[in-house]
Design a protein around this ligand. Sequence first.
Ligand code: FE2
Ligand code: FE2
Length: 465
Amino acid sequence: MKLSFTLLISVFFITIHHTESLAQHQHYHAPKYESGWSSSTSHPDHIVLNLAEDPATSMSVTWRTDTTVLQAMAEIAIATPAPKFWRYATVYTARTEKLDTRNVLQAGAVNHYHSVTFSGLLPDTTYAYRVGDGTHLSEWFHFRTAADQEKPFSFLYVGDAQNNILDLWARLIREGYRKAPDARFIVHAGDLVNHAHNEQEWHEWFKAGGFIHSSLPSIPTPGNHEMRSRTEAEEAQGKRFLSVQWRPQFTLPLNGVKGLEETVYYVDYQNTRIISLNSNEDPNIQTAWLEEVLKNNPNKWSVVTYHHPLYSASARRDNPDLREAWKPLFDKYRVDLVLQGHDHTYARGHARPNSENIVDGVNRRSNTGTVYVVSVSGGKMYILEPTGWDAFDDVEQDRNAENTQLFQVISIDGDRLSYASYTATGELYDAFDLEKSPDGKPNRFIERSNEAIPARYHHNTIPYN
Ligand SMILES: [Fe+2]
Ligand SMILES: [Fe+2]
């Protein structure tokens, strides 16, 4: 009797306490960043790796300083446990570019961006590098080059970071790194920031990722939020331009469509071709190039990323022009996986393969065409389209989510691709495998979402609004 009374009292106090803490947290205090918070100094920051065209022998790095740094360099050596590995370092002189954005809305900075592409590297080797001007120097970072043959590897994929980048995206990308520290690169499917030219938001993105950006190369594709007017005059005319920081602050392969440099490009990583398309621009001007890189792909796997989904996850966000331009090519050349963003929900599903292509003796459900994913990593959340992809005959949605920050780990091992989506707290949310079939038949599809936690929606999670 006495025991239950104590229990009752405890429950009473826990309830009071819980109600009080809810009452205190009805309004979120977003962090305020004072002017000057995102300013550069003579010390290198915003140090970001990008894969170069041949990731087995080369790697690009870009960083930011103030304009007092006129000549910059990067040093690289094979990493060894002996701390004086730097005795064998090679020094590269950086290409330095001034970016004056004092007349650009929300930018208002003058910076120097420095970049180097390391070349002649050994495949499958861990290197140490640092950047600076010879006096002001970063720490040494490690990265590993790709193997020059088929070998298992994994990579991370995230949807829109975009909002609350430092306060809420930091935990997500750090959990991603904790889950897959050996991931070889990160695919960012657009809307990395909310206001394309906003220097403070880019600073948040670099600070949130910290040394992860300097150790795991980024494959970024631009979203609609990377497109904004630079001046009030452009705003009045409704003209939008790519983030002024994008090209100076990333060093991406220049193998894409002319006029869309560093937004449309591809990288071959071991047995996989990763293609970035620019869904902000006319998809039809990218199709001839896309067809070439799909047709002449010597790799086993092909993964395409861009921002606006071909099959939207959220209501009233359809992109029929993209679907009409690109879906036939994805089907024809059997693109394995498409990684998208934009809808601030999660949806994963598969295109139905043509019936004549189905492997004999295997039931229809075990075969798949391209798998399409929409994901979100930042703090902004929308509502799912309740009918899913029912309006389309050629695709089927298999798993979805609302109100959940997610990252994905994709592992490729020979003929098998394993996909896993994780929540910001590291629980498995979704999973499937693809297996290559002989003779160019459709991939075998192995559904694994039954290994994951129950589905998350607005109605069974902490209220968003
Ligand atoms: Fe977005
Ligand atoms: Fe978007």
